[in-house]
Design a protein around this ligand. Structure first.
Ligand SMILES: [Zn+2]
Length: 235
C-alpha cells in the first residue's frame, strides 16, 4: 500500500501571489488576497491529484483532532485521519511540518510543530493518539520532518531561551535552539526509528517562506494523503 501514499512539502516556487507573499503562498490568514490563495491551492492540489483537503486554523497549541472529511479545524495544531483521498495539510514558515503514517493502521497525520507546541508535548501527544485511537505500533510509524528553521538560524531569547536551556540543554548552542533535533530525539525516545528529517533550513534557503527572515510572508505546506487505489492504477 506504500504506493498509495502522498507526502509533499511545498516551496515558494510556482504560485501566483505578489509582493510580500510572492510565490506559492497557501495560507489565508497572513494578509494575502484570498482569491490568489485559492488559485495557488487549486494549482498545487490539481498537480498532486488532490480533491479534498482538511487543514487547521493553527494556534501554537498542542490540540489534536481526528478528521473524517474536508474541513478547517479551529484552534488545532495536529489532524489525523484514516480517510482515503482526504489530504491533510499543515501550514508553516519556519515551524516544523511533521507528517505521520502508520501503514498497518492506515492512519496519517499532519502536525504543526513549533517551539511552543513541542515544549507543550505535541510530539508525545501525537504518538499517543496514533497508538490509543488507531492502534498504531511505534516500530511501524513513519515520520517526515519537512524543511524548517534549524539551529543555524533559530535564535531564541528571554523566557524561551531560559526554558530551552533548562529543559533541553543539549539542543541549545549559545542562543540557538535545534528544534528539529529535539523532535527527532523525542520520536526516538518513543521507539520510532523510521524518521526522515529534512536538512533544509527555511531561513537559509530563499525558496522557502521564513517568518524569522521576513515577518510578513506566505506559508508553505506539508501535505499527506492516502490514495484509494481500488480500481485505479498504482502510482
Ligand atoms: Zn539556517
Amino acid at each position: 500500500m506504500d504506493a498509495s501514499l502522498l507526502v509533499h512539502f511545498s516551496t515558494k516556487i510556482g504560485g501566483f501571489s505578489k509582493g510580500e507573499y510572492e510565490g506559492n503562498n497557501l495560507a489565508f490568514h497572513v494578509g494575502d488576497e484570498a482569491r490568489v490563495v485559492e488559485e495557488n491551492r487549486e494549482h498545487i492540489f490539481n498537480k498532486l491529484g488532490i480533491k479534498s483537503v482538511a487543514d487547521m486554523q493553527q494556534s501554537h497549541s498542542s490540540n489534536l483532532k481526528t478528521v473524517f472529511e474536508e474541513e478547517r479545524v479551529l484552534n488545532c495544531d495536529g489532524i489525523f485521519s484514516t480517510k482515503k483521498d482526504l489530504a491533510l495539510l499543515v501550514l508553516v514558515a519556519d515551524c516544523i511540518p511533521l507528517l505521520f503514517y502508520e501503514p498497518k493502521a492506515g492512519v496519517i497525520g499532519a502536525v504543526h510543530a513549533g517551539r511552543v507546541g513541542v515544549f507543550e508535548g505535541i510530539v508525545e501527544k501525537s504518538i499517543k493518539k496514533l497508538k490509543d485511537e488507531f492502534g498504531a505500533k511505534s516500530k511501524s510509524i513513519r515520520v517526515w520532518l519537512g524543511p524548517s528553521i534549524r539551529g543555524c538560524c533559530y535564535e531564541v531569547d528571554g523566557e524561551a531561551l531560559r526554558e530551552s536551556k533548562d529543559r533541553f540543554p543539549s539542543f541549545v548552542k549559545g542562543k540557538n535552539l535545534s528544534l528539529d533535533e529535539l523532535v527527532v530525539k523525542k520520536l526516538k525516545e518513543h521507539s520510532i526509528s523510521q524518521i526522515y528529517s529534512s536538512k533544509i533550513c527555511t531561513c537559509c534557503h530563499e525558496e522557502y517562506f521564513s517568518y524569522r527572515e521576513k515577518r510578513v510572508c506566505g506559508r508553505q505546506a506539508g501535505i499527506i494523503m492516502l490514495r484509494d487505489l481500488d480500481g485505479k492504477e498504482s502510482i
